[in-house]
Design a binder for this molecule. Structure first.
Ligand code: BES
Ligand code: MN
Ligand code: ZN
Length: 508
């Protein structure tokens, strides 16, 4: 998609479709109360064109509610699309991000290949407070995210991408700031889509080796240092936990290392981003049931989130050092596969009793975390589709977040306010760790039925030790089962935006 920023007055823009946002200012409730939608633009001609529909009571500007007007009088646009942000109290920048996606997804199946989206203006009568820069960024993010569809391998793809998007800012806006926000949003949206493209790939196309190639290719395009290692390096580093997952597969593992080292930054924090990159999870010898097993191609979504975040970091250039590590492997049953009861020695020296070979994510991450610390990471964040238990706890609405350090977690919480992603902090405690003590070795890889997301987190905690660390369990969020007006079903790219913002919060 080509994107461009325009400061031309809205009414003058020649376009196939002009999308503008509206919010409902009605505060009264009741069966006879009419909505009071207000258009978020000061352009008189656009407001005039919309007056009739807005006063009709037929359109209430609900979240992502659309209404289309053809041949709007007095406008250069052939169509005027109004997209709702919902009630004014809920008309946040996150609603704007989604509404921009809705505008794009409205056009896609209708073979409209070019559109203009107007950055919402907080006109006085709307009662909303929306900052122009934040909205600009949200519009470019949301529009790009909305443009993605998962049907890559269809012979005749149903929804062909939008070719050209114009983001229209009010003439009075601070042009330099809006310009910066526009390109920032585009970088973030594209990076999230890069992650989604990787997550969408089936296991036969995206093996650990191919994931490594895709990461290295991206790294060379954006100027990151990259190294992709395989079996020999795992042995050399004594990554017995990581290797134990890989040993049952004909596909070699990939240890992907991406380094972002901004010029002149030689001290201060070094952030370690560690991602689970299981390109397919059969469960191994503790094999999964056939139902829904095909979904387990997305078991590399945590790794892909780190790769997407590293892309955005390389392009946005925060002044802080970042190391991205993805532990990629395929979890397969085989004559050479590990078995329940096996004991593995992790890179840290800890011995792990394997209770269930399907609890493989924590094994690869254990060595990834140890490796990140050995490379000098002072703060860690990991992302993984780690447990079904996390989905039981939080549904597909919130991801699970865990941390051994309140100050570090607070920074993440602040990052969430910008990213709009939903994570809920879950507890860690010694009592949970007690559930994974092993009789034969140091630690077991599962802790029984209860509190499964937490015992998994405690397992990782044993390798992060006292390095400030955040663990994100994205099992319930990485794949969306349903289409939404603003985003296609399939890979969500969750994590990219929040991890990026967390990283930026460490800028010197
Ligand atoms: N990749 C799965 C977790 C998962 C489940 C991701 C559902 C996405 C959706 C993970 O490797 C796994 O199999 N976890 C087991 C752990 C159990 C054996 C302790 C689980 O959650 O059942
Ligand atoms: Mn598993
Ligand atoms: Zn898994």
């Amino acid at each position: 998609m080509r994107t461009e920023l325009s400061f031309t007055p809205l009414a003058q823009i020649q376009t196939e479709l002009l999308a503008v946002f509206a919010t409902d200012t009605q505060t009264a409730k009741g069966p006879d109360v009419k909505p009071q939608p207000v258009l978020l633009t000061s352009d008189e001609k656009v407001r005039e064109a919309a007056t009739s529909i807005l006063t009709s009571g037929e359109y209430k500007a609900g979240p992502n509610e659309t209404v289309l007007l053809h041949a709007p009088a007095g406008l250069g646009a052939k169509r005027l699309l109004i997209v709702g942000l919902g009630k004014k109290a809920k008309a946040t920048v996150h609603a704007v991000r989604n509404a921009a996606g809705t505008a794009v997804r409205y056009t896609k199946p209708r073979a409209i290949r070019e559109l203009t989206v107007a950055i919402p203006e907080a006109v006085a009568e709307s009662g909303v407070t929306l900052a122009a820069e934040a909205c600009t960024r949200a519009v470019s993010e949301g529009a790009l995210v909305g443009d993605f569809d998962a049907d890559t391998y269809r012979s005749e793809r149903k929804d062909v991408s939008v070719q050209a998007l114009t983001v229209a800012a009010a003439a009075g806006a601070n042009q330099a700031a809006v310009r910066a926000a526009f390109s920032e949003g585009a970088i973030i949206g594209e990076s999230q889509n890069f992650t989604r493209t990787l997550v969408n790939e089936p296991g036969n196309k995206l093996t650990p080796t191919v994931l490594g190639q895709r990461a290295a290719q991206m790294a060379s395009e954006v100027g990151l240092k990259s190294e992709v290692y395989s079996t020999d390096k795992l042995h050399e580093l004594k990554m017995g936990a990581f290797w134990s997952v890989s040993q049952g597969s004909a596909e070699p593992p990939a240890l992907i290392v991406l380094k972002y080292e901004p010029e002149g930054v030689t001290d201060g924090p070094a952030l370690g981003l560690v991602g689970k990159g299981i390109t397919f999870d059969t469960g191994g010898i503790s094999i999964k049931p056939a139902d829904n097993m095909e979904k387990m191609k997305y078991d590399m979504a945590g790794g892909a989130a780190m790769i997407g975040a590293m892309r955005a970091i390389a392009l946005l250039k925060p002044k802080v050092r970042v190391i991205g590590i993805v532990c990629a492997a395929e979890n397969m049953p085989d004559g050479k596969a590990q078995k329940p009861g096996d004991v593995q020695t992790a890179m840290s020296g800890k011995t792990i009793e394997i209770i269930n070979t399907d609890a493989e994510g924590r094994l690869v991450l254990a060595d990834g975390i140890t490796y990140a610390r050995s490379l000098g990471a002072t703060h860690l964040i990991d992302a993984a589709t780690l447990t079904g238990a996390c989905v039981v706890a939080l549904g597909m609405i919130n991801g699970g977040a865990f941390s051994n350090d309140d100050a570090t977690f607070e920074k993440f919480q602040t990052a969430l306010a910008t990213s709009g992603e939903k994570f809920w902090r879950m507890p860690l405690a010694d009592e949970y760790y007690d559930m994974i003590r092993s009789d034969i070795g140091d630690i077991k890889n599962t802790g029984g039925r209860w509190g499964g997301a937490i015992t998994a987190a405690e397992f990782l905690h044993a390798f992060a030790e006292d390095t400030p660390w955040i663990h994100l369990d994205i099992a319930g969020l990485a794949w969306m089962e349903e289409n939404k007006p603003f985003i296609a079903k399939g890979p969500s790219g969750v994590g990219v935006r929040s991890i990026l913002e967390w990283v930026r919060s460490y800028e010197s």
